[in-house]
Design a protein around this ligand. Structure first.
Ligand SMILES: [Zn+2]
Length: 1021
């Protein structure tokens, strides 16, 4: 036992496992311990900052005191009656206590009811105008489905194989025509459809002429859609005059190419050729396509990076919503990096923030002025408001204020308002960072402590909020170690509390201190931290009591709590069972319970944290099961995030941890924030998806939020028929900046209301749809089997494409082709990718439970671009560019389709999903090149799992490392862990690379081509 360097007594092991002693160890010179307050009592007195009335709240009603910014003047009145957490969850929130809601779609209008309301069989779900049933998500397994009501001869869907089950080998006779009686198996040849030759336009879509006969190395030359094309009239689509700019009609199909894409899936009769040109399949090799074209029609909108709708055409009627089939909603990334410089900051001064008197909308470019400039009309609720005298300006004959161009709030979609004091319930808090660090034996042995201590120390100068920043630490194993950072000390003092049942603070102050004042004490602590516990053999973890202690320290100020956990919590409240993964649970009604917290403790703690403006980030490092499902809920409900480093070893994962922790500590952060999204009459956001706590029906509580967090939400129509022509949206994030200013960031956007389904498809945004769908799917996996979740995704896709097909197919005799809107050309692949993602793929054996849950937590917060790259990673061939001039390399890297067929055995490839780099060495790759990059010869049979790539003194290595650096700089939110695998090296190649080649068939999943054939058949039924 090594004595701690600061001369304080650490308890000898005899204290371990003796809970119940009120004070097991104490430090000489420490302040007299106050009477241990109970946990509940500690939370109650919040006098200095408590909003009026909070003190009177019952201590047992956490939300009672939760009147933080929500209740501020400015937001739509006070929050609804306060309720104890858990007693009355917000109506639609995924954040209600207890089991997750049965379905995010559950709040959809009743007209979109469950399958029971499917139209009568004789009618067929898609024949009339009757909206097909909607909302299969979250409901029980969809087997019968609306498709089952179709006459069997046309309805292969019901018997169609889910994406992950080998199809039953049915032997029904094949019909010579597509659609009827298509073979259900995806792996057999497709129906020999359409004996006529394919339409002339086919060649247009089958990929570019490419020099490489093997495979196209760049994305197929899909023609960009003609965006300026006016929408075709709903009725009489075939009327060619509807396309004045398209020139004279030149052929049935050709004139339509702007509206839809199609893939020929016809094969010659009797041929074994599937008839699908795999090279011509659409692939998102340019990543996310931000719908910036919206800004052409709506230049006053905020940039789509902040706010994007799943379709930039709001349906005018409920029946259109039903026929759209895809989720209607939005993705919001409130603090995204600004695409065009600084966000303008506006201080209204004496006039106060200009807002609508009735609906509290902030003044924005879509507001109109009347009465010679003395009134302004709210674009959301149409109320005519007075213009304050200080804000008055005359208007020109067109009604525009003369100063509109000088005022960003009247000309820009994104602005930030300085909030006056009425937007505060307490003085803006200083940024505060509190660290809860597991120092049990595994944390010490893995090298974790050293990396964490060094990284934090290296970030001290860059923590936001200088000179007000606060900092503090608690370390723990089977006991809790408090550290006194009083500025008059030369070294920190450690106090140990072994009573886990009745946690108390042995020192009322100086546990969370001003960084400037106590800098030398904090540095001294971080320098000694790795050695302090180097001989610790304690294997226990009292995380729950440590969380309570941290809460007691932080509850007055709020801030960020960073938890470093390297083993399963084993002592005190919140101890978790080694429930692990249970293969028997898969495929049963119990399967989802593996993916949700078992002990309500973590969720309850999360509620307490949020209420007190504390965001929790979890860094998990265990080499064994550590119940990410439970731990992660701390991040999920507090606006935090989950970092997972399975089997952490400093030598391998140290860089990744260092970068990600630094990013977490130094990125600009918005504190004690709340977000609300208002929308115009007739529409309403019903469910929200991301990491936050829902306070009241539409107010998202975010103790901290930063540029790495995005949110998604579903929209529904409140009226059966919309009468307005435009719908407006306004995102408002009220927060405290690190400098201590109260700010409101406001994003405003407008979207047209349409009566035409094809226009909804034309304006669809695949990135937003995938973002929203994947969050819904991850949430559904918390209440349903993975298999059902995947089937539901497939069902959405099929219904949507089928509906689209019905718009065009009859007039244009395109029976043998899979048709889809240009805007959704990547959707089938992305949905396949979702089904194959870490969070949703396979079953028991395919992904470890913790890894699956961690991926799920990440997918809930990732911005669109990162999410798309996570599920369809970037693959590059690298060896060919390594000899180039460094300046030419970036432009020469081309993304490749994710299939084995792209990999040449003589090549070196790099796969990047944003979290991991995988370097794949082809079997025939030149040994010299391998040697140059790895710094070791493969002839020595090095253990590639332990290879740590460093820059070697040669051109190849320098260029290679430069490529890695460039890719990492593109998105700094995570740091890719670099792993190397050699072709044929099993099983590593399998789980590192092959499982990421999402276009290939593997382990019972469909290949991209099979998937398209399957979807095609199902849309024809
Ligand atoms: Zn209004």
């Amino acid at each position: 036992m090594q004595p701690p360097p600061m001369g304080n007594e650490r308890p000898r092991p005899q204290h371990q496992g003796v809970p119940g002693r009120p004070v097991s160890a104490f430090v000489p010179g420490a302040a007299v311990a106050p009477a241990p307050p109970s946990f509940g009592a500690a939370a109650a007195p919040r006098a200095p900052f408590a909003p009026p009335g909070a003190a009177a709240s019952p201590a047992g009603a956490p939300f009672a005191a939760a009147a933080p910014p929500a209740a501020m003047a400015g937001y739509r009145g006070p929050p609804p009656p306060q309720r104890p957490f858990g007693a009355a969850p917000p109506p639609q929130g995924p954040f209600a206590a207890g089991a997750p809601p049965p379905s995010p779609f559950a709040s959809a209008p009743s007209s979109q009811g469950p399958f029971g309301t499917a139209p009568p069989p004789s009618q067929g779900p898609f024949t009339g105008v009757t909206p097909p049933p909607q909302g299969p998500f979250g409901t029980a397994a969809p087997p019968p489905g609306p498709f089952a009501t179709t006459p069997p001869s046309q309805g292969p869907f019901a018997s169609a194989p889910p994406p992950f089950r080998p199809p039953p080998s049915l032997t029904q006779p094949q019909s010579p025509t597509a659609g009827a009686m298509a073979p259900p198996a995806s792996y057999v040849r497709p129906p020999p459809v359409q004996s006529q030759p394919p339409p002339p336009v086919q060649g247009y879509y089958t990929g570019p002429p490419t020099a490489n006969p093997q495979f196209p190395m760049s994305r197929p030359a899909f023609q960009q859609p003609v965006q300026t094309m006016p929408p075709p009239p709903m009725a009489g689509f075939g009327n060619q005059a509807a396309y004045p700019t398209a020139g004279p009609p030149t052929g049935t199909l050709q004139s339509l190419v702007e509206d839809f894409q199609s893939l020929s899936v016809s094969s010659a009769p009797g041929s074994l050729d599937p008839g699908l040109d795999i090279k011509g399949l659409p692939r998102p090799l340019d990543g996310d396509e931000e719908p910036v074209k919206v800004l052409e029609s709506y230049p006053s909108n905020c940039h789509p990076r902040y706010f994007r709708l799943t379709t930039h055409a709001i349906p005018a009627s409920q029946s259109l919503v039903s026929r759209w089939h895809l989720p209607l909603g939005a993705v919001v990334h409130p603090l995204a990096e600004s695409p065009d410089g600084e966000v303008p900051v506006i201080n209204f001064g004496a006039a106060g923030v200009i807002r609508c008197r009735r609906c509290r909308t902030y003044i924005n470019p879509y507001a109109t002025f009347a009465d010679a400039g003395r009134k302004w009309r709210c674009n959301l609720c149409t109320l005519l408001n007075d213009v304050p005298g200080e804000y008055f300006c005359a208007i020109d004959p067109s009604g525009r204020r003369y100063d509109a161009d000088q005022r960003p709030e009247l000309s820009k979609g994104t602005v930030e308002f300085v909030a006056p004091t009425e937007y505060m319930v307490r003085p803006p808090m200083p940024p505060s960072y509190f660290f809860l660090i597991d120092v049990s034996v595994s944390a010490v042995r893995s090298g974790l402590l050293e990396v964490v201590a060094k990284t934090i120390k290296s970030c001290l100068d860059d923590l936001p909020g200088f000179p007000r920043t606060q900092i503090g630490f608690i370390t723990f194993d089977s006991t809790l170690h408090f550290h006194n950072f009083k500025s008059s000390l030369s070294q920190p003092q450690m106090m140990v509390v072994a009573d886990l049942d009745d946690v108390f603070l042995p020192l009322p102050d100086d546990l969370l201190v001003n960084l400037v004042d106590s800098r030398h004490v904090v540095e001294s602590f971080l320098d000694s931290l790795p050695n302090m516990f180097q001989d610790n053999v304690n294997v226990e973890s009292a995380l729950g009591p440590a969380l309570k202690a941290a809460f007691m320290v932080m509850s007055q100020i709020g801030g960020k709590l960073l938890v470093f956990q390297s083993t399963l919590p084993s002592l005190g409240n919140g101890r978790l069972r080694l429930r692990g993964d249970d293969v028997r649970a898969y495929g049963t009604d119990k399967e989802h319970t593996l993916r949700v917290p078992e002990d309500p403790f973590y969720k309850q703690m999360a509620a307490e944290f949020t209420k007190n403006q504390i965001a929790v980030d979890i860094f998990s490092f265990s080499d064994k099961y550590c119940d990410i499902a439970s731990l992660g809920s701390l991040g999920k409900y507090t606006g935090g995030q989950v970092y997972h480093y399975p089997s952490f070893q400093a030598v391998t994962h140290g860089d990744k941890l260092k970068h990600e922790l630094s990013r977490d500590l130094t990125r600009e952060t918005a504190w004690e924030s709340v977000m609300r999204i208002r929308c115009g009459k007739g529409v309403r956001f019903t469910t929200y998806h991301g990491h936050f706590m829902l306070r009241s029906t539409d107010l998202l509580a975010l103790p901290a939020v930063d540029s790495d967090k995005a949110f998604a939400m579903q929209l529904s129509l409140e009226e059966t028929l919309m009468t307005t022509q435009t719908v407006y949206f306004q995102v408002a994030l009220l927060y405290t900046s690190s400098s201590g200013e109260r700010r409101i960031r406001v994003h405003t956007a407008a979207a047209p209301v349409v009566t035409d389904l094809s226009e909804m498809y034309r304006q669809a945004d695949t990135g937003a749809i995938v973002s929203l769908l994947s969050r819904i799917a991850v949430e559904n996996s918390l209440s349903d089997k993975l298999d059902s979740v995947r089937q539901q995704l497939q069902l959405k896709l099929v219904r949507s494409l089928k509906e689209y097909r019905n718009l065009y197919v009859v007039q244009h005799r395109i029976g043998g082709r899979l048709i889809y809107p240009e805007s959704l050309r990547f959707l089938p692949l992305y949905i396949l990718c979702m089904c194959k993602s870490l969070a949703l793929r396979g079953g028991y054996a395919d992904v470890s439970l913790d890894e699956r849950c961690a991926a799920g937590f990440s997918m809930m917060i990732l911005p669109v671009k990162s999410l798309l790259n996570f599920i369809y990673p970037s693959l590059y061939r690298v060896d060919e560019v390594l000899a180039m001039e460094p300046d030419r390399i970036d432009g020469s890297l081309k993304r490749l389709p994710l299939t084995m067929q792209c990999l040449d055995t003589g090549g070196l490839y790099l796969l990047d999903d944003g979290f991991t780099f995988l370097v794949w060495l082809g079997r025939m790759l030149s040994p010299e090149l391998v040697n140059s990059i790895l710094g070791v010869s493969l002839a020595n049979f090095p253990d590639l799992s332990k290879i740590h790539l460093r820059e070697c003194d040669n051109e190849y290595s320098r260029n290679f490392m430069k490529i890695l650096r460039t890719l990492r700089e593109e998105d700094a939110s995570y740091h890719q862990l670099c792993r190397v695998v050699r072709q044929g090296e099993q099983p590593r190649e399998g789980f590192l690379l092959l499982s990421n080649l999402v276009e290939d068939q593997m382990a019972g999943t469909s290949s991209y081509m099979d998937w398209i054939l399957q979807i095609h058949r199902q849309t024809q039924s």
